[in-house]
Write a protein that binds this ligand. Structure first.
Ligand SMILES: [Zn+2]
Length: 128
């Protein structure tokens, strides 16, 4: 019923991501953890990654039984001023890190273009 979204705080994209996830996956509720350019911080700062994972595990996984984490970034990000290609690379790295640390969660990396189009970059299944 619950899944977890880790994404940028940018208000242009949060509702797009939320809608996309509810429409394309079987979840009703999307727990959302935001920060400016979140994927950039996950990749470059282990303390930030740990703080995100603590929130994911304490609330989404333990209390809400979330079994799927979505990690998302977007075009024209003020918190991660780089090309779309570099951002996509960060999203893939962030998804991989989170899947390594939380192997009982599926992890999907998403990228949103300015026109609202969403690209699935990477998909990790739950390791049993
Ligand atoms: Zn952003």
């Amino acid at each position: 019923m619950f899944c977890t979204l880790v994404c940028c705080m940018d208000g242009r994209f949060i509702h797009i991501l939320n809608e996309y996830i509810r429409n394309n996956y079987r979840y009703t509720f999307v727990d959302t953890i935001t920060d400016a350019g979140a994927v950039n911080k996950i990749v470059s700062d282990e303390n930030f990654l740990r703080s995100i994972e603590d929130k994911v595990v304490l609330i989404s996984v333990n209390k809400h039984k979330s079994d799927h984490i979505f990690v998302a970034g977007h075009s024209d990000c003020a918190g991660c001023q780089t090309s779309d290609e570099t951002q996509k690379k960060y999203i893939c790295q962030a998804a991989q890190k989170m899947h390594t640390d939380l192997p009982h969660e599926a992890v999907t990396g998403l990228f949103v273009y300015e026109n609202g189009e969403i690209e699935v970059l990477v998909d990790y299944d739950i390791d049993n």
